[in-house]
Design a protein around this ligand. Structure first.
Ligand code: FES
Ligand code: FES
Length: 161
C-alpha cells in the first residue's frame, strides 16, 4: 500500500491505496466523487476527465499514486456550495449541451480546461479541443455551442462586465 495526499475540490484527503489503483476509482470509491464516471475500458471516451494540477486528464489512465501531492478538480466541485451552477454548467443547460448526460462530467471539465487555455476559441478549436471526449448521443452541436457561450461568459467575467 502507498500513502497519498491529494487535494480534491479544495479539500485535502490522505489515504492508503494499492499502487495499481486508478485515480478514477480512488475518486469514486474512497472520496465519494461519483460524479466522475467511467464510460469505457479503453481510455477512449473522456467521461472520467478531471483536472490534475490544472491539466485535463482521463482519470482512468492515471494512477492514484501519480496524484500524490496534486490538486484535482472534479465535476463535483464546479457548482457553489449553495448549489449555484458554475457558468460552464449554465452554458450547457442553456445550449442543450447534454442529452443522456453520461459524457457531461468529462465534457464540463474538458471545457473548463480548454477555455482557461484558450479564452477565445474558434468553433474549430472547440471541436479539436474536445476530440478526446466522446458523446454517444452525438449531441456535439449543442456541446460546441455551450462551450462557445461559456467562453464568452468567462471573457465577460474576466473583463468585469
Ligand atoms: Fe476514462 Fe473512458 S472512462 S476514457
Ligand atoms: Fe449522452 Fe453525451 S449526452 S453521451
Amino acid at each position: 500500500m502507498a500513502r497519498i495526499t491529494v487535494n480534491v475540490d479544495g479539500m485535502t484527503y490522505t489515504h492508503e491505496v494499492e499502487p495499481r489503483t486508478l485515480l478514477v476509482h480512488h475518486l469514486r470509491e474512497a472520496l465519494g466523487k461519483t460524479g466522475t464516471v467511467v464510460g469505457c475500458d479503453t481510455s477512449n471516451c473522456g467521461a472520467c476527465t478531471v483536472l490534475l494540477d490544472g491539466d485535463s486528464v482521463k482519470s482512468c489512465s492515471v494512477l492514484a499514486v501519480q496524484a500524490d501531492g496534486a490538486r484535482v478538480e472534479t465535476v463535483a466541485g464546479l457548482a457553489g456550495t449553495d448549489g449555484t451552477l458554475h457558468p460552464v454548467q449554465t452554458a450547457f443547460h442553456e445550449n442543450h449541451g447534454l442529452q443522456c448526460g453520461y459524457c457531461t462530467p468529462g465534457m464540463l471539465m474538458r471545457s473548463v480546461c480548454l477555455v482557461r487555455e484558450n479564452p477565445s476559441p474558434t468553433e474549430d478549436e472547440v471541436r479539436e479541443g474536445i476530440k478526446g471526449n466522446m458523446c454517444r448521443c452525438t449531441g456535439y452541436q449543442g456541446i460546441v455551442s455551450a462551450i462557445m457561450a461559456y467562453a464568452e461568459t468567462a471573457r465577460d467575467e474576466e473583463a468585469g462586465r
